[in-house]
Each structure stands twice: as C-alpha cells, then as structure tokens.
Design a protein around this ligand. Structure first.
Ligand code: ADP
Length: 244
C-alpha cells in the first residue's frame, strides 16, 4: 500500500531524513519509534506531503510521486486524499461541532451532499464511541474525546492509509487508553496504519513492524519481538534501556 524509496529531506543545513526506505503492506500497522528530533514526524508528514522531500519517490495505492519532478498542486491534492492524518494536538475546528468537524472533509473535499455526509459522520462518530457528542463543540470535550473526533475526521474521507503523529502525547495519562483502544480497533479491522508514538506497549501489541529511527535514519526494523526483545543495534538498545 505504501512504498517510500530513498526519501531525503533537509531543513536548511540540517539533514532531517537520510534516504529512508519503507514499505507498508495493505492492512498492516507500522509503528515508528525513536528519540525526539530523530525525524519521525517529518517522515510521517512526508507521507502525506505536508512536507516535500528533496528526493526519493513515494507510492500510495496506485499513485506515485517522484520528488525530483515538479509536482502540480492538483497532484498534491489528489495524493493527500489517500491518507488521513491524526495530529498530536487534534487540529479540530473550534467553531464546528464534533459532527461538523467530521463532515468537513467529505463536504468540502469530496463534494458529498450534507445530509449524506451527516449520516456517514454519525456512523463514524459511533465507531469512536462519541455518538452522544455529535453536536458538542471541541471546548466541551475532554482531550481524549477531542482526539477521537480527530480520528473520526481522518477516517471520514475513506483514506487508504491512516497516519498518526504522536496521537496521545498531549493527553493526560488517564485519557490515553481510550484513544489507544480506538486505534487498536482500527488495526483489528485491517486498516493500513503508520503510527509515530512513545507508547511502547501499544507498539508491542499492535505493530506488525517496528521501525527505530535515530538522527534521520532507520537504525533497525523488525517485528516487535525482534526490536524490543532482541535488538541488534547498540543505539536501539540504548534507547530502549532509557525507557526502562
Ligand atoms: P521527531 O518527530 O523524531 O521528534 P522531527 O521530525 O519533529 O523529529 O524533527 C527532526 C528534526 O528536524 C529536528 O531537529 C527538528 O528540530 C527539525 N525540524 C522539524 N521541522 C522543522 C521545520 N519546519 N523547520 C526546521 N527544522 C525542523
């Protein structure tokens, strides 16, 4: 479903991603871990073109982009629709209710008629356990509920892949579980997901593959068992030891 080849990205003099390769099969969950500043978020943002790499290529589903070519706005727009992004800080529209937030993508981007979009949004909100909160504004919701609206919103455009950028790191500890449960449920339904997270238990339980990044490069990758229990690289061992 996703093939990223030799993705490189700089911010000025800083080489943030160094020829990253990754593949995600349909229905699989890849979790990216690593120290702060290692390039995890930038890699995720490259996957839906919020950042544009200088080189490399990216295929999602049937669409391919070569970053050395000039890429039209039209192509970027189409490509972005392939992925639904869930942000650390939810990124909800404060003046829209929960259901209006979920309807926004289908109505504005996909030109779906409002009654139809509302009906579908109701179903998605029910899925994330927020049926009763459809007409509530973000400020009236807890952080965990807001993030579940964030997930519902990302799902609303029927993306081929879902991208999660540290979705629980802004939450109070007691609210993290409800968000992880929704993510686990999506994984069990067979959605293709790439998740940047510090929640190692989630990674152990849900990931098909774990990627450990440091200094803009993939240091080690493998099953959760391989990376967490039998890490080969010193840097991985050091990182995991710091978490103990
Ligand atoms: P991580 O998600 O692993 O914490 P990031 O991808 O956020 O890492 O950041 C990787 C590096 O790129 C960091 O050194 C960060 O300061 C830098 N960086 C990220 N975004 C920008 C930006 N928009 N402009 C300049 N530097 C950035």
């Amino acid at each position: 479903m996703i093939t990223a080849t030799d993705i490189s990205k700089r911010f000025g003099d800083l080489e943030v991603l160094k020829q990253i390769n990754m593949e995600v099969d349909t229905g699989k969950v890849v979790v990216i871990i690593g120290p702060s500043g290692s390039g995890k978020t930038t890699l995720l943002r490259c996957l839906n073109l919020l950042e544009q790499p200088e080189s490399g290529s990216l295929t999602i589903d049937t669409q391919t982009i070569d970053f050395r070519d000039k890429i039209s706005k039209h192509k970027i727009r189409n490509f972005r629709r392939l992925s639904g992004m869930v942000f650390q800080t939810y990124n909800l529209f404060p003046h829209f209710t929960a259901i209006e937030n979920v309807m926004e993508g289908p109505v504005i981007v996909q030109k779906v008629k409002k009654p139809e979009a509302r009906q579908k949004a109701e179903g998605i909100l029910a899925k994330v356990g927020l049926k009763e909160k459809a007409d509530t504004y973000p400020y009236q919701l807890s952080g965990g509920q807001q993030q579940r609206v964030g997930i519902a919103r990302a799902m609303a455009i029927d993306p081929k892949v879902m991208l999660f950028d540290e979705p629980t790191s802004a939450l109070d500890p007691e609210l993290i579980g409800e968000v992880l449960r929704v993510m686990k449920q999506l994984a069990e339904e067979g959605r293709t997901m790439v998740v940047v997270t510090h929640e190692m238990n989630f990674a152990k339980e849900v990931a098909d593959e774990v990627i450990f990044m440091d200094e803009g490069a993939v240091v080690e990758r493998g099953t959760p068992l391989e990376v967490f229990e039998q890490p080969k690289e010193e840097r991985t061992k050091r990182f995991l030891n710091l978490l103990k």
